[in-house]
Ligand binder design. Structure first.
Ligand code: 5GP
Ligand code: MG
Length: 192
């Protein structure tokens, strides 16, 4: 697998540092204004945060991010399929399976791996809003330096990266490379 790598764009150590910073910001924004979390007040009736990762690309980021969050947290998964046909124009993303049911009144954070056209995040946001959360924010690990991506509203961004196809840290090519610890580009031979 290592010999398929062209360049390391973001090293695992830089990712770890940034994830920690993001979690700090998120914890500040989602922590209760009184300064004590629901758990501190012994009223675990509602989570401080419900994290909604978009499967499957966000799993590695999610696992790191949530372990840095000092909040009462729940996780509800959302699967979005993107159709990116090579010969036809993209039909756009679609929700696959059920939407999480129990989000009403919750403070929700949608988490995705990468912001490209912004369609996936826009759809996830629209669908989650139908569940009447009390608060909804969005977080992506990576954002491509593309007009569509830069214009998409998003609250937390890990890194802005050039418009290249990347894998690793959860991101795949043809189902593989998600387990690479760094964000990398692949050698051209891999695609032929
Ligand atoms: P969008 O809807 O913003 O165009 O696309 C977001 C989705 O496309 C991401 O969740 C991801 O699954 C996929 N994607 C976009 N760019 C890349 C990339 O550079 N590498 C990989 N592996 N997936 C990407
Ligand atoms: Mg994805």
């Amino acid at each position: 697998m290592e010999r398929h790598i062209d360049r390391v764009l973001i090293h695992r150590d830089d990712i770890a540092r940034r994830v920690d910073e993001l979690a700090g910001q998120i914890a500040e924004d989602f922590g209760s204004p009184s300064g004590g979390s629901a758990a501190d007040r012994f009223m675990p009736t509602r989570p401080d945060i419900t994290v909604v990762p978009i499967l499957a690309g966000s799993i590695v980021f999610l696992a790191d991010l949530m372990r840095c969050l000092p909040l009462m947290a729940r996780v509800r998964f959302l699967t979005v399929q993107s159709y990116t046909g090579r010969t036809t124009t993209s039909r756009g993303p679609a929700i696959d399976g059920e939407l999480p049911e129990d989000l009403a009144g919750n403070a929700v954070l949608i988490v995705d791996d990468i912001l490209d056209s912004g369609k996936t995040l826009a759809l996830a946001r629209e669908k989650i809003l139908e569940r009447s959360p009390a608060m909804l924010r969005t977080c992506v690990m990576l954002r491509k330096e593309l007009p569509e991506a830069m214009e998409t509203p998003v609250d937390y961004v890990g890194f802005d990266i050039p418009n290249e196809f990347v894998v690793g840290y959860g991101l795949d090519y043809d189902g593989y490379y998600r387990n690479l610890p760094d964000v990398v580009t692949l050698r051209p031979e891999v695609f032929s």
